[in-house]
Design a protein around this ligand. Structure first.
Ligand code: SF4
Length: 162
């Protein structure tokens, strides 16, 4: 399956816990004021790449803790995102995913992907809530959600370092 990306960062230390392969997915309709990645907005921008190519690069690096789906809006290409996430989980690695949706407003189409996501950083970037002290997120409205615990407890459970 092909996926449209803005870029790849094979070893990122800032897009989640540990060493992560960050996939910057192309396309976002939100246009949040102060967005850090405006080049990722155009739906026809970036470049197409085969998901197999990304997975091969992930498999080659034994140092990785996992991958991070970011962008852009990963949910605009939810099937391709899930194809990658599913294989990454089967390798014993973790999957973090950013989205401009809040957890409560996630579309039904995101549910299969959520099965393979460990941590979801939700909500769009709100400039007046921007805080440079925040870890892994840009504004204080965004939450770092532990998806497994959230599903088990049927309430939002925030991620904590283990
Ligand atoms: S959701 Fe993310 S990528 Fe999209 S405009 Fe907002 S900050 Fe930028």
């Amino acid at each position: 399956m092909q996926i449209r990306i803005a870029g790849l960062v094979p070893e990122s230390f800032v897009d989640g816990d540990g060493i992560r392969f960050a996939i910057f997915m192309q396309g976002c309709r939100r246009n949040c004021a102060g967005c850090h990645n405006p080049e990722t907005h155009a739906l026809d921008g970036g470049r197409l790449i085969d998901t197999e190519e990304i997975l091969a690069a992930v498999k080659k690096n034994p140092l990785l803790d996992g991958i991070t789906l970011t962008g852009g809006e990963p949910l605009l290409q939810v099937d391709a995102a899930n194809e990658i996430a599913r294989v990454v989980k089967s390798l014993g690695l973790s999957v973090w995913c950013y989205t401009g949706y809040t957890f409560e407003e996630l579309p039904t189409s995101a549910q299969p992907l959520l099965e393979n996501v460990d941590v979801l950083i939700d909500g769009e970037f709100i400039e007046r809530l921007r805080d440079l002290e925040l870890q892994f997120r840009g504004s204080s409205n965004q939450r770092i959600i532990d998806i497994k615990k959230t599903r088990e407890q049927n309430r939002i459970v925030l991620w904590e370092v283990e």
